[in-house]
Structure formats: structure tokens, C-alpha cells
Design a protein around this ligand. Sequence first.
Ligand code: ZN
Length: 298
Amino acid sequence: MQLLGIDLSVERLQFIVVLLLIAGVLLYIRFLRKYRKPLRDQEPQDMNQGPMSDTEIERYARHLILREVGGVGQQKLRKSKVLVIGAGGLGSPVLQYLAAAGVGMLGVIDDDAVSLSNLQRQVLFDEDQLDMPKVFAAEAKLNALNPHITIRPYNRRLTENEAQDLFADYDLVLDGTDNYQTRALVNAACVAGETPLISGAISQWEGQVSLFDPANGTPCYACIFPEEPADGLAPSCAQAGVMGALPGIIGAIMAAEAIKYITGAGQTLAGDMLIFDALYGESRKIGLQKSAECSVCG
Ligand SMILES: [Zn+2]
């Protein structure tokens, strides 16, 4: 047989056909690999199923040898879904420590952009990220910190309309916002959805942390703070100032409470409030009472 002027025997032709078939199969496998990868990336919830990889075991080694966390606790962290309200002074350390600890899915909602005056305390961000929406700046930093977790950025202000639906996707909410309206809205949605809430607040040199879980018998935020404080009684950090390291301290306590809540280690601040005064290096813990007249959880 003649092909392009070359004399081909039947055997040689069969050999070429087999070679072409093998080449076709190899190309098809490459094609499948190439187009399957993005599909996997679209399903990040699968990432934290199954056993931990060797790199994860090395990464979380100091947790794995800790009696109160161990492999079981680390798996709980890996499967947990935590939503952080506000990527500001408190949100920064909360997000960093929870990402580093291996919380499998970390949502963050904020409508602000990084500004120069943030960098005195919001150590998650840097000068190259000025004017960038905080949630995307946070996403970039947290992905670089720990690629084994999923970050969900929500570049908007939390509204009453979406709060309950959004919270339903998460096991735990951490609130580090600096205004009463948002705190009240977060609390109401947490109470309605029976989602536990770790709440932190800071001003000048003092901060406080509590875990509100009224579905398990504790007071809610509104039991303790039923009304918006009168003008001037609770000035924001922009109005009154805040010492740079304070959000780091209070945010790290919030992250520690979240890790304890998820793993079941020790005793959380449920039903208590921890108050820390950095100016005098003092802390105290006060018991909180449920209010019978609470309009939110009563
Ligand atoms: Zn209440």
C-alpha cells in the first residue's frame, strides 16, 4: 500500500494505528486532568473530608500532641465552619489564629477597605493593601498562611435580611464589630438560629470577651446590653482611640474561646465575661445572668 509516496506494509500500518490510539488515550487523560482540577477547586467543602495529609499532620503537630486537642480535636477544627463579623482590630487576630489553627471554613464579612490608620493595630494587613476591600486583603493573607482551609469573603455590610440565612451555613459566629446596631443584629440572628456567639469589644485600654449561647442556657448579648448606650458612653475606637496591642490580646482570647468551643477543651466563657485592663495589667471575670425581660431570647 502507498501513503504519501511511502510504501507501507499491513503490519506497519497496524503499528501506526496502535501508536495513534495510544497517543489519543494519553491526550484524553491529560485533557481530563486539566479540566477536573478547577472542578475540585469549586468544591472546597470536600477538602477537609478524609484523613489529614502528611503536611497537615506536620503543620498541626503542636495541637496534635496537646492532650485537650489531639487528633480528634484537630479533625473537629478541620470540619468546623466559623463566621467572623468585621475584619478590623479584633477580626484581624481572630482570622489569623483561626486560619492558622486549621478551622476548615472561615467566612468573613466587612464592607470596609484597608486604610493607613488601620495599620497601627490591624496586623493582618500591610501598606501594599491600602484601599483594597478588607475581606479580599484578608483572603489573600489567610490563603498564604494556610492553604488547607477555605476562606469565604463577603464584601458587604451585614443586613437583617441576610443575617439568618448566612449564619445557617456556620457552626459558630465571632463578632468583633464596633457599633451597637450590628452587634444587636448579630445577636438576634444568632439567637433565632441557635448559633453560639463569641463577642469581643475594645476601647482605649480595656476589652471584654464572652460566649453567648442561650440555646444552652446562657444569657444572650441583649440580656446584658438591652439598649444602645447613650451618646458618648460607648465611644468607638475612632472617637476615643485604642492601644495597638489591645485588639491582639482580646482577639486572641476570642480565637482561644472558639478553639475551646469547637474541640470541647476546658471550660469556655459561656455565661461569664472576661474583662482585661491593659493599662494596669489586670483581668477579672464576672458571671452573667439571663434577663427574664429580654426581648430577644426571653
Ligand atoms: Zn437575652
